[in-house]
Design a protein around this ligand. Structure first.
Ligand SMILES: NC(=O)c1ccc[n+]([C@@H]2O[C@H](COP(=O)([O-])OP(=O)(O)OC[C@H]3O[C@@H](n4cnc5c(N)ncnc54)[C@H](O)[C@@H]3O)[C@@H](O)[C@H]2O)c1
Ligand SMILES: C[C@@H](O)[C@H](N)C(=O)O
Length: 421
Protein backbone atom coordinates (compact mmCIF):
# COMPACT_ATOMS: atom_id res chain seq x y z
CA UNK A 1 0.00 0.00 0.00
CA UNK A 2 2.71 2.44 1.03
CA UNK A 3 4.59 1.83 -2.21
CA UNK A 4 1.59 3.17 -4.15
CA UNK A 5 1.95 6.47 -2.33
CA UNK A 6 5.67 6.77 -2.79
CA UNK A 7 7.01 8.93 -5.64
CA UNK A 8 8.51 6.80 -8.41
CA UNK A 9 12.26 7.40 -7.86
CA UNK A 10 12.04 6.04 -4.32
CA UNK A 11 9.96 2.96 -5.05
CA UNK A 12 13.05 0.81 -5.41
CA UNK A 13 14.25 1.70 -1.86
CA UNK A 14 14.99 -1.36 0.23
CA UNK A 15 12.53 -1.11 3.13
CA UNK A 16 13.77 -4.40 4.55
CA UNK A 17 16.96 -2.60 5.64
CA UNK A 18 15.02 -0.89 8.44
CA UNK A 19 15.38 -3.98 10.55
CA UNK A 20 18.92 -4.74 9.45
CA UNK A 21 20.85 -4.33 12.69
CA UNK A 22 24.37 -4.85 11.43
CA UNK A 23 24.70 -1.88 9.06
CA UNK A 24 24.66 1.49 10.85
CA UNK A 25 24.79 3.63 7.69
CA UNK A 26 21.93 1.72 6.20
CA UNK A 27 19.96 2.04 9.43
CA UNK A 28 20.37 5.76 9.82
CA UNK A 29 19.49 6.32 6.16
CA UNK A 30 16.34 4.27 6.64
CA UNK A 31 15.53 6.11 9.85
CA UNK A 32 15.61 9.51 8.21
CA UNK A 33 14.10 8.31 4.93
CA UNK A 34 10.91 6.75 6.29
CA UNK A 35 9.80 9.78 8.30
CA UNK A 36 10.55 11.97 5.31
CA UNK A 37 8.32 9.78 3.16
CA UNK A 38 5.50 10.07 5.67
CA UNK A 39 5.59 13.85 5.57
CA UNK A 40 5.16 13.68 1.80
CA UNK A 41 1.97 11.65 1.92
CA UNK A 42 -0.84 14.05 0.89
CA UNK A 43 -2.95 15.15 3.84
CA UNK A 44 -6.27 13.98 2.29
CA UNK A 45 -4.74 10.45 2.19
CA UNK A 46 -3.53 10.59 5.80
CA UNK A 47 -6.99 11.64 6.99
CA UNK A 48 -8.44 8.40 5.62
CA UNK A 49 -5.57 6.22 6.94
CA UNK A 50 -5.43 6.18 10.75
CA UNK A 51 -1.95 4.65 10.93
CA UNK A 52 -0.37 7.16 8.58
CA UNK A 53 -2.27 9.98 10.35
CA UNK A 54 -0.73 8.87 13.65
CA UNK A 55 2.75 8.54 12.21
CA UNK A 56 2.90 11.94 10.49
CA UNK A 57 3.64 14.09 13.57
CA UNK A 58 6.13 11.52 14.80
CA UNK A 59 7.86 11.62 11.44
CA UNK A 60 8.12 15.41 11.60
CA UNK A 61 9.56 15.14 15.10
CA UNK A 62 12.14 12.51 14.09
CA UNK A 63 13.27 14.66 11.22
CA UNK A 64 13.99 17.60 13.46
CA UNK A 65 15.28 15.71 16.50
CA UNK A 66 18.79 16.64 17.63
CA UNK A 67 19.76 13.01 17.07
CA UNK A 68 19.19 13.56 13.37
CA UNK A 69 21.71 16.39 13.49
CA UNK A 70 19.09 19.12 12.84
CA UNK A 71 18.30 22.07 15.11
CA UNK A 72 15.05 21.48 16.91
CA UNK A 73 13.66 24.82 15.83
CA UNK A 74 13.67 23.90 12.13
CA UNK A 75 9.94 23.20 12.25
CA UNK A 76 7.40 24.81 14.58
CA UNK A 77 6.66 22.65 17.57
CA UNK A 78 2.92 22.59 16.73
CA UNK A 79 3.88 19.86 14.25
CA UNK A 80 5.11 17.81 17.17
CA UNK A 81 1.66 16.86 18.38
CA UNK A 82 0.37 17.50 21.87
CA UNK A 83 2.47 20.01 23.81
CA UNK A 84 3.03 19.69 27.53
CA UNK A 85 0.92 22.05 29.66
CA UNK A 86 3.12 25.10 29.68
CA UNK A 87 4.92 24.88 26.38
CA UNK A 88 3.29 27.14 23.82
CA UNK A 89 2.92 25.98 20.24
CA UNK A 90 5.86 28.07 19.08
CA UNK A 91 8.01 27.22 22.10
CA UNK A 92 11.34 27.00 20.34
CA UNK A 93 10.98 30.46 18.88
CA UNK A 94 11.03 31.94 22.38
CA UNK A 95 14.64 30.89 22.82
CA UNK A 96 17.05 33.66 23.62
CA UNK A 97 19.77 33.18 21.08
CA UNK A 98 23.21 33.38 22.59
CA UNK A 99 26.61 32.32 21.44
CA UNK A 100 29.10 30.63 23.75
CA UNK A 101 30.91 33.93 24.13
CA UNK A 102 27.79 35.74 25.38
CA UNK A 103 27.21 36.47 29.03
CA UNK A 104 25.14 33.81 30.77
CA UNK A 105 22.44 34.67 33.30
CA UNK A 106 22.27 31.78 35.76
CA UNK A 107 19.60 30.56 38.20
CA UNK A 108 20.32 27.89 40.83
CA UNK A 109 17.28 26.23 42.45
CA UNK A 110 17.55 24.60 45.90
CA UNK A 111 20.71 26.62 46.34
CA UNK A 112 20.95 26.63 50.14
CA UNK A 113 21.74 22.92 50.46
CA UNK A 114 25.12 21.23 50.69
CA UNK A 115 26.15 22.06 47.13
CA UNK A 116 24.33 25.21 45.99
CA UNK A 117 26.27 27.93 47.81
CA UNK A 118 29.57 26.46 46.60
CA UNK A 119 28.20 26.26 43.06
CA UNK A 120 27.09 29.90 43.18
CA UNK A 121 30.50 31.08 44.32
CA UNK A 122 32.20 28.91 41.66
CA UNK A 123 29.95 30.20 38.86
CA UNK A 124 30.23 33.82 40.02
CA UNK A 125 33.97 33.63 39.42
CA UNK A 126 33.19 32.63 35.85
CA UNK A 127 30.14 34.78 35.00
CA UNK A 128 30.30 37.65 37.50
CA UNK A 129 28.60 38.03 40.87
CA UNK A 130 25.38 39.64 39.65
CA UNK A 131 24.81 37.12 36.87
CA UNK A 132 24.33 34.14 39.18
CA UNK A 133 21.12 34.06 41.23
CA UNK A 134 20.82 31.65 44.12
CA UNK A 135 17.30 30.61 45.10
CA UNK A 136 15.60 28.42 47.70
CA UNK A 137 12.51 28.28 49.91
CA UNK A 138 14.58 28.81 53.05
CA UNK A 139 15.93 32.04 54.54
CA UNK A 140 19.59 32.48 53.61
CA UNK A 141 22.25 33.01 56.29
CA UNK A 142 23.63 36.53 56.30
CA UNK A 143 26.95 35.71 54.63
CA UNK A 144 25.11 34.03 51.75
CA UNK A 145 22.62 36.89 51.43
CA UNK A 146 25.47 39.38 51.24
CA UNK A 147 27.56 37.36 48.82
CA UNK A 148 25.34 37.90 45.73
CA UNK A 149 21.78 37.88 44.40
CA UNK A 150 19.37 35.65 46.34
CA UNK A 151 15.69 35.16 45.54
CA UNK A 152 12.79 33.08 46.92
CA UNK A 153 11.78 30.32 44.56
CA UNK A 154 9.55 27.33 45.23
CA UNK A 155 9.93 24.92 42.33
CA UNK A 156 6.42 23.63 42.99
CA UNK A 157 5.11 27.06 41.97
CA UNK A 158 5.39 27.12 38.20
CA UNK A 159 4.36 30.76 37.78
CA UNK A 160 6.88 31.93 40.37
CA UNK A 161 9.60 30.02 38.55
CA UNK A 162 8.60 31.42 35.17
CA UNK A 163 8.48 34.97 36.53
CA UNK A 164 12.03 34.66 37.86
CA UNK A 165 13.32 33.26 34.57
CA UNK A 166 11.60 35.99 32.53
CA UNK A 167 12.35 38.97 34.79
CA UNK A 168 16.00 38.04 35.15
CA UNK A 169 16.55 36.96 31.54
CA UNK A 170 17.92 33.60 32.71
CA UNK A 171 19.86 31.56 30.12
CA UNK A 172 21.23 28.67 32.22
CA UNK A 173 19.43 26.85 35.02
CA UNK A 174 21.07 24.54 37.57
CA UNK A 175 18.31 22.57 39.25
CA UNK A 176 19.55 21.50 42.69
CA UNK A 177 16.28 21.29 44.69
CA UNK A 178 15.67 17.76 45.91
CA UNK A 179 15.01 15.55 48.90
CA UNK A 180 17.96 13.18 49.21
CA UNK A 181 17.89 9.42 49.78
CA UNK A 182 17.41 9.07 53.55
CA UNK A 183 15.05 12.05 54.07
CA UNK A 184 13.15 10.97 50.96
CA UNK A 185 12.37 7.59 52.53
CA UNK A 186 11.17 9.41 55.65
CA UNK A 187 8.75 11.57 53.60
CA UNK A 188 7.89 9.86 50.35
CA UNK A 189 5.02 12.13 49.32
CA UNK A 190 7.08 15.29 49.75
CA UNK A 191 10.01 13.67 47.92
CA UNK A 192 7.67 12.71 45.10
CA UNK A 193 6.33 16.26 44.87
CA UNK A 194 9.69 18.06 45.01
CA UNK A 195 11.73 15.57 42.99
CA UNK A 196 9.15 14.70 40.33
CA UNK A 197 6.49 17.45 40.11
CA UNK A 198 9.13 20.11 40.73
CA UNK A 199 11.28 18.66 37.97
CA UNK A 200 8.33 18.82 35.56
CA UNK A 201 7.96 22.55 36.27
CA UNK A 202 11.67 23.11 35.72
CA UNK A 203 11.69 21.14 32.46
CA UNK A 204 8.70 23.08 31.11
CA UNK A 205 10.11 26.49 32.03
CA UNK A 206 13.49 25.55 30.56
CA UNK A 207 11.98 24.26 27.31
CA UNK A 208 9.63 27.22 27.00
CA UNK A 209 12.41 29.78 27.42
CA UNK A 210 15.23 28.01 25.60
CA UNK A 211 17.42 27.53 28.68
CA UNK A 212 20.40 25.23 28.99
CA UNK A 213 19.41 22.99 31.91
CA UNK A 214 21.62 21.08 34.32
CA UNK A 215 20.00 18.49 36.59
CA UNK A 216 22.26 16.38 38.83
CA UNK A 217 21.55 12.69 39.11
CA UNK A 218 23.29 10.33 41.50
CA UNK A 219 24.80 6.93 42.20
CA UNK A 220 21.37 6.43 43.83
CA UNK A 221 19.80 6.14 40.38
CA UNK A 222 21.07 2.53 40.35
CA UNK A 223 19.74 -0.38 42.38
CA UNK A 224 20.51 -3.90 43.56
CA UNK A 225 20.10 -5.40 40.10
CA UNK A 226 22.56 -2.96 38.49
CA UNK A 227 26.18 -4.08 38.05
CA UNK A 228 27.86 -2.58 41.14
CA UNK A 229 31.56 -2.94 40.54
CA UNK A 230 31.94 -1.09 38.28
CA UNK A 231 28.64 0.53 37.27
CA UNK A 232 28.61 1.71 33.64
CA UNK A 233 26.53 4.58 32.23
CA UNK A 234 24.06 2.32 30.51
CA UNK A 235 22.80 -0.67 32.47
CA UNK A 236 19.78 -1.85 34.45
CA UNK A 237 18.42 0.93 36.69
CA UNK A 238 15.88 -0.33 39.22
CA UNK A 239 16.53 1.78 42.35
CA UNK A 240 14.55 0.96 45.50
CA UNK A 241 14.32 4.50 46.95
CA UNK A 242 11.92 7.29 45.94
CA UNK A 243 15.04 9.43 45.52
CA UNK A 244 16.55 6.99 43.02
CA UNK A 245 13.28 6.47 41.18
CA UNK A 246 12.82 10.25 40.85
CA UNK A 247 16.37 10.64 39.53
CA UNK A 248 15.93 7.93 36.88
CA UNK A 249 12.73 9.76 35.96
CA UNK A 250 14.68 13.03 35.70
CA UNK A 251 17.32 11.43 33.47
CA UNK A 252 14.69 9.99 31.15
CA UNK A 253 12.48 13.09 31.06
CA UNK A 254 15.45 15.34 30.34
CA UNK A 255 16.57 13.08 27.55
CA UNK A 256 13.00 12.94 26.21
CA UNK A 257 12.70 16.75 26.21
CA UNK A 258 16.04 16.91 24.40
CA UNK A 259 14.81 14.71 21.57
CA UNK A 260 11.23 15.97 21.60
CA UNK A 261 11.69 19.73 22.09
CA UNK A 262 15.40 20.31 21.56
CA UNK A 263 15.91 21.21 25.25
CA UNK A 264 19.64 21.46 25.97
CA UNK A 265 19.50 19.10 28.96
CA UNK A 266 22.76 18.04 30.63
CA UNK A 267 23.05 15.70 33.57
CA UNK A 268 25.84 14.20 35.69
CA UNK A 269 25.44 11.35 38.11
CA UNK A 270 27.29 12.58 41.17
CA UNK A 271 28.90 10.22 43.69
CA UNK A 272 28.57 11.11 47.42
CA UNK A 273 29.91 14.66 47.65
CA UNK A 274 32.22 15.72 50.48
CA UNK A 275 32.31 19.38 51.41
CA UNK A 276 34.06 21.27 54.18
CA UNK A 277 31.96 24.39 54.67
CA UNK A 278 28.43 23.04 54.15
CA UNK A 279 26.36 20.33 55.80
CA UNK A 280 24.81 17.38 53.93
CA UNK A 281 21.03 17.36 53.57
CA UNK A 282 20.04 13.85 54.72
CA UNK A 283 21.66 11.32 52.44
CA UNK A 284 23.28 7.92 52.77
CA UNK A 285 26.81 9.22 52.14
CA UNK A 286 26.58 11.92 54.85
CA UNK A 287 28.91 9.99 57.19
CA UNK A 288 31.87 10.86 54.95
CA UNK A 289 31.30 14.56 55.64
CA UNK A 290 30.40 14.24 59.31
CA UNK A 291 33.51 12.27 60.24
CA UNK A 292 35.68 15.35 59.64
CA UNK A 293 33.50 17.68 61.73
CA UNK A 294 33.38 15.16 64.60
CA UNK A 295 37.04 14.16 64.42
CA UNK A 296 38.21 17.74 64.83
CA UNK A 297 35.52 18.81 67.31
CA UNK A 298 35.24 15.72 69.59
CA UNK A 299 37.95 13.24 68.62
CA UNK A 300 35.15 10.64 68.30
CA UNK A 301 32.89 9.53 65.49
CA UNK A 302 29.96 7.11 65.39
CA UNK A 303 29.41 5.85 61.86
CA UNK A 304 25.92 4.79 60.70
CA UNK A 305 27.19 2.46 57.94
CA UNK A 306 29.10 -0.85 58.28
CA UNK A 307 32.89 -0.44 58.09
CA UNK A 308 33.09 -2.38 54.80
CA UNK A 309 30.45 -0.38 52.86
CA UNK A 310 32.15 0.75 49.66
CA UNK A 311 30.67 3.77 47.85
CA UNK A 312 31.91 6.21 45.16
CA UNK A 313 32.78 9.64 46.60
CA UNK A 314 34.07 13.00 45.34
CA UNK A 315 35.42 16.24 46.80
CA UNK A 316 33.07 19.16 46.16
CA UNK A 317 35.61 21.13 44.14
CA UNK A 318 35.84 18.31 41.56
CA UNK A 319 32.05 18.04 41.50
CA UNK A 320 31.49 21.75 40.81
CA UNK A 321 34.25 21.85 38.20
CA UNK A 322 32.73 18.85 36.40
CA UNK A 323 29.35 20.57 36.46
CA UNK A 324 30.67 23.72 34.79
CA UNK A 325 32.79 21.69 32.36
CA UNK A 326 29.88 19.62 31.10
CA UNK A 327 27.74 22.76 30.78
CA UNK A 328 30.44 24.44 28.71
CA UNK A 329 31.26 21.37 26.62
CA UNK A 330 30.54 21.84 22.90
CA UNK A 331 27.26 20.13 22.01
CA UNK A 332 28.98 17.95 19.41
CA UNK A 333 31.32 16.45 22.05
CA UNK A 334 28.41 15.01 24.06
CA UNK A 335 27.42 11.56 22.90
CA UNK A 336 24.95 11.25 25.80
CA UNK A 337 22.89 13.60 27.96
CA UNK A 338 23.65 11.83 31.28
CA UNK A 339 27.16 10.83 32.39
CA UNK A 340 28.62 9.05 35.41
CA UNK A 341 31.48 10.99 37.00
CA UNK A 342 33.89 9.44 39.44
CA UNK A 343 36.91 10.30 41.57
CA UNK A 344 37.47 7.76 44.36
CA UNK A 345 35.72 4.95 46.14
CA UNK A 346 36.23 3.95 49.77
CA UNK A 347 34.70 2.27 52.83
CA UNK A 348 34.20 3.90 56.27
CA UNK A 349 37.10 1.79 57.56
CA UNK A 350 39.42 3.06 54.81
CA UNK A 351 38.36 6.67 55.37
CA UNK A 352 38.88 6.32 59.14
CA UNK A 353 42.33 4.81 58.47
CA UNK A 354 43.32 7.85 56.41
CA UNK A 355 41.99 10.31 59.03
CA UNK A 356 43.86 8.40 61.78
CA UNK A 357 47.13 9.24 60.01
CA UNK A 358 46.45 12.89 60.96
CA UNK A 359 44.49 12.42 64.23
CA UNK A 360 45.83 9.20 65.82
CA UNK A 361 43.62 9.62 68.92
CA UNK A 362 40.38 9.52 66.87
CA UNK A 363 37.91 6.87 68.10
CA UNK A 364 35.55 5.46 65.48
CA UNK A 365 32.60 3.26 66.46
CA UNK A 366 29.82 1.77 64.34
CA UNK A 367 26.08 1.95 65.02
CA UNK A 368 24.42 0.87 61.79
CA UNK A 369 21.24 2.59 60.61
CA UNK A 370 19.33 -0.19 58.81
CA UNK A 371 17.60 2.19 56.38
CA UNK A 372 20.82 3.83 55.23
CA UNK A 373 22.69 0.50 55.19
CA UNK A 374 20.05 -1.12 52.95
CA UNK A 375 20.26 1.83 50.58
CA UNK A 376 24.08 1.77 50.49
CA UNK A 377 24.09 -2.00 49.87
CA UNK A 378 22.04 -1.42 46.71
CA UNK A 379 24.25 1.35 45.29
CA UNK A 380 27.35 1.17 43.06
CA UNK A 381 30.67 0.40 44.72
CA UNK A 382 32.74 1.81 41.87
CA UNK A 383 31.56 4.10 39.13
CA UNK A 384 32.69 3.73 35.50
CA UNK A 385 33.04 7.28 34.14
CA UNK A 386 35.06 6.41 31.01
CA UNK A 387 32.50 8.10 28.71
CA UNK A 388 32.83 11.44 30.53
CA UNK A 389 36.63 11.16 30.31
CA UNK A 390 36.50 10.31 26.61
CA UNK A 391 33.79 12.74 25.46
CA UNK A 392 34.52 15.99 27.30
CA UNK A 393 37.84 15.32 29.03
CA UNK A 394 36.66 14.77 32.62
CA UNK A 395 39.55 14.27 35.06
CA UNK A 396 39.33 14.43 38.85
CA UNK A 397 41.95 16.21 40.99
CA UNK A 398 41.26 14.81 44.47
CA UNK A 399 41.98 11.25 45.61
CA UNK A 400 41.50 10.04 49.20
CA UNK A 401 44.77 11.40 50.70
CA UNK A 402 44.30 14.89 49.17
CA UNK A 403 40.64 14.90 50.23
CA UNK A 404 41.50 14.10 53.86
CA UNK A 405 44.31 16.65 54.06
CA UNK A 406 42.13 19.37 52.54
CA UNK A 407 39.15 18.64 54.80
CA UNK A 408 41.27 18.53 57.96
CA UNK A 409 43.12 21.72 57.03
CA UNK A 410 39.77 23.48 56.63
CA UNK A 411 38.32 22.16 59.90
CA UNK A 412 41.61 22.69 61.74
CA UNK A 413 41.74 26.32 60.74
CA UNK A 414 38.02 26.74 61.51
CA UNK A 415 38.42 25.32 65.02
CA UNK A 416 41.52 27.49 65.62
CA UNK A 417 39.43 30.56 64.63
CA UNK A 418 36.63 29.40 66.97
CA UNK A 419 39.05 28.92 69.87
CA UNK A 420 40.60 32.35 69.31
CA UNK A 421 37.17 34.03 69.45
N1 LIG B 1 25.21 16.06 48.08
C1 LIG B 1 25.46 14.92 47.45
O1 LIG B 1 26.24 14.08 47.89
C2 LIG B 1 24.76 14.67 46.14
C3 LIG B 1 25.12 13.51 45.42
C4 LIG B 1 24.44 13.24 44.24
C5 LIG B 1 23.52 14.13 43.74
N2 LIG B 1 23.21 15.25 44.45
C6 LIG B 1 22.20 16.13 43.91
O2 LIG B 1 22.66 17.47 43.90
C7 LIG B 1 21.58 18.36 44.20
C8 LIG B 1 21.97 19.25 45.36
O3 LIG B 1 22.24 18.40 46.46
P1 LIG B 1 22.44 18.96 47.93
O4 LIG B 1 23.29 17.96 48.63
O5 LIG B 1 22.84 20.37 47.90
O6 LIG B 1 20.94 18.81 48.49
P2 LIG B 1 20.38 19.39 49.87
O7 LIG B 1 19.37 18.42 50.37
O8 LIG B 1 21.48 19.75 50.77
O9 LIG B 1 19.65 20.72 49.40
C9 LIG B 1 18.47 20.69 48.64
C10 LIG B 1 17.80 22.05 48.73
O10 LIG B 1 16.54 21.97 48.06
C11 LIG B 1 15.69 22.88 48.71
N3 LIG B 1 14.27 22.60 48.43
C12 LIG B 1 13.46 21.66 48.97
N4 LIG B 1 12.20 21.81 48.51
C13 LIG B 1 12.23 22.85 47.64
C14 LIG B 1 11.25 23.49 46.84
N5 LIG B 1 9.97 23.10 46.86
N6 LIG B 1 11.62 24.53 46.07
C15 LIG B 1 12.91 24.96 46.04
N7 LIG B 1 13.87 24.39 46.79
C16 LIG B 1 13.54 23.35 47.58
C17 LIG B 1 15.99 22.70 50.20
O11 LIG B 1 15.55 23.82 50.95
C18 LIG B 1 17.51 22.52 50.16
O12 LIG B 1 18.17 23.73 50.44
C19 LIG B 1 20.36 17.48 44.47
O13 LIG B 1 19.57 17.41 43.33
C20 LIG B 1 20.95 16.14 44.77
O14 LIG B 1 20.10 15.09 44.41
C21 LIG B 1 23.81 15.54 45.63
C1 LIG C 1 24.66 10.07 46.87
C2 LIG C 1 23.76 11.23 46.98
O1 LIG C 1 22.78 11.26 46.03
C3 LIG C 1 23.35 11.73 48.32
N1 LIG C 1 24.52 12.19 49.04
C4 LIG C 1 22.65 10.68 49.17
O2 LIG C 1 23.33 9.98 49.87
O3 LIG C 1 21.46 10.58 49.12
Amino acid sequence: MLSLLVPRPWRSYNFASVSHVGNQDEMSRSRSFLPYLLTLVPRRVTESMPVVRMLRPVACWMLQSPACGCRASVLPSRLLGTSPRQIPMDANFHSTSFSEADQQRVLITGGLGQLGVGLASFLRKRFGKDNVILSDIRKPPEHVFLSGPFIYSDILDYKNLREIVVNNRITWLFHYSALLSAVGEANVSLARAVNITGLHNVLDVAAEHGLRLFVPSTIGAFGPTSPRNPTPDLCIQRPRTIYGVSKVHAELMGEYYYYRYGLDFRCLRYPGIISADSQPGGGTTDYAVQIFHEAVKNGRFECNLRPDTRLPMMYIHDCLRATLEVMEAPAESLSMRTYNISAMSFTPAELAQEVLKHIPELQVTYNVDPVRQAIADSWPMNFDDSNARKDWGWKHDFDLPELVTTMLNFHGSESRVAQAN
